[in-house]
Ligand binder design. Structure first.
Ligand code: SER
Length: 326
């Protein structure tokens, strides 16, 4: 990787991955692209930034040509809950955007990273210890775009020899940038609420178990996969990866150990609950461990400790572009 383009650079993964990629490959070699004209200062100040709508093939290709891009991290995507509200938009961005990125990659011989998701599974999938290769019949538009995305990536790899690699990411937990409109967002919101209100109203049922990962592990997974020997990647699009699984009740109990008196109650959103119920409780990620050495560093205890400590510091010093939930 020498010249990198990141779509969705202002999003939850992008805002952190961009900084790590710039540190690793040189600031000038990592072009951050988002749909926002005015991204956060650390993204703007640490290297090149451009505005791209991933549905616009021409501007995508022009950017790839202009900057001599050889690797695209394609992170622009509509998350599951918003996708259910706006299915047409989700299809255009998630599928249309991916297709345009793959076309640019084919024409300009770029490698691609594609984030699939636990959402690519659905009813009919074994939801406990979900295998790498199994039934995938998602019934959400988000899941459909992620599964179709995996297949399209496979197609471009086999048909056009494009080097594409992907992960089925679980819910991601981070303190720097909020996720926008996902089903696993509760696991981030709860930390803000714990520190500011001492209580949290959860939109999923107390016993809803889902796979999760702390962002530094997710960033490491992306970096390791993209640097791995391509010849060893049999299941390249896309690998099950996970770090922990828990329920809202278990996460609240863990937070309570640091913030005594923290209280959780429940006001279940039937749409997000139905989405969560169709996703794995926990995945088997042994294929990723065997093929490219995946191993998470953070479990529930370590992640909770870090989130509370780092978020407390961040909330104590609000910046102009405050990340707190609005
Ligand atoms: N975190 C995502 C969502 O909830 C799942 O990939 O939509």
């Amino acid at each position: 990787m020498k010249r990198i383009l990141i779509t969705g650079a202002t999003g939850q993964i992008g805002s952190e991955l961009t900084i790590v990629l710039r540190r690793t490959y040189g600031e000038a070699n990592v072009i951050a692209a988002g749909h926002r004209r005015q991204p956060d200062a650390d993204l703007l100040e640490s290297g090149p930034y451009c505005t791209i709508d991933v549905r616009d093939a021409e501007s995508l290709q022009q950017t790839v040509r202009e900057y001599g891009i050889d690797t695209i991290f394609h992170l622009a995507s509509v998350l599951s809950a918003v996708a259910e509200q706006k299915p047409q938009l989700a299809w255009e961005i998630n599928m249309g955007g991916l297709h345009k990125v793959l076309e640019a990659a084919r024409q300009f011989r770029c490698a691609v990273f594609f984030p699939s998701s636990i959402g690519a599974f659905g009813p009919g999938t074994p939801l406990e210890n979900t295998p790498q290769v199994t039934v995938q019949r998602p019934n959400t538009i988000y899941g459909i775009t992620k599964l179709a995305g995996e297949l399209l990536c496979d197609y471009y790899h086999h048909r056009f020899d494009v080097d594409i690699r992907g992960l089925r990411l679980p819910g991601l937990i981070s303190y720097k940038t909020l996720p926008g409109g996902g089903t696993t967002d509760y696991a981030v919101e709860i930390f803000y609420a714990a520190l500011t209100e001492g209580r949290y109203r959860c939109f999923l049922k107390a016993d809803t178990r889902l796979d999760m990962m702390y962002m530094p592990d997710a960033i490491r997974a992306v970096m390791i996969l993209m640097e791995a020997d391509g010849k060893k990647l049999i299941h390249r699009n896309a690998y099950n990866v996970t770090a922990m699984n828990f329920t809202p009740e278990e996460l609240a109990a863990q937070i309570c150990r640091s913030i005594s008196g923290f209280a959780i109650d429940y006001d279940v959103d039937p749409i997000r609950q139905a989405i969560a119920d169709s996703w794995p409780r926990y995945m088997d990620d042994s294929t990723a461990r065997a093929e490219w050495g995946w191993k998470p560093h953070y479990d529930l205890v370590g992640m909770t400790r870090e989130m509370l400590a780092r978020l407390a510091v961040m909330l104590a010093k609000p910046k102009e572009d405050d990340h707190a939930p609005r």
